[in-house]
Design a protein around this ligand. Structure first.
Ligand code: AMP
Length: 110
């Protein structure tokens, strides 16, 4: 079982930011911004490549709702999903990184 599936099952602790029956959002253990939240489908999906359009649509609504509830919608935020080796994906359970809480820099990728 992957580490994020263990977090879903609460076998590994996490600081939950928001959740519903399909998705879990929890704070990244190694934050890259003042607010760094990981958003995952509770059902295991390897990466964005394997995400169905139905799940993506539901995830979009979940994130839009979450940023309003957490009061980060108005100031703005960044969503990133790393895919595969060149994309820098370390955990093979699809996730979005939500970065917020500061004016985020851009670039320096290679
Ligand atoms: P990625 O490189 O896109 O696969 O991102 C994986 C992210 O998971 C990294 O930002 C890690 O800091 C984060 N991470 C790994 N283990 C945990 C954990 N137990 N709780 C919270 N975040 C984690």
């Amino acid at each position: 079982m992957c580490i994020f599936c263990k977090i879903v099952k609460q076998e590994i602790p996490s600081k939950i930011a928001y959740q519903n029956d399909q998705f879990l959002a929890f704070y990244d253990i190694s934050p890259k911004a003042p607010i760094h939240i990981l958003i995952i489908p509770k059902e295991h999906v390897d990466s964005f490549c394997d995400l169905s359009s139905d799940l993506m649509a539901a995830m979009t609504l979940f994130i839009q709702e979450m940023v309003k509830k957490l009061d980060i919608a108005d100031d703005g935020y960044r969503l990133i999903t790393n895919i595969g080796s060149d994309g820098g994906q370390e955990v093979k359970h699809m996730h979005f990184h939500l970065l917020a809480g500061a004016k985020l820099k851009w670039g320096g990728f290679v």
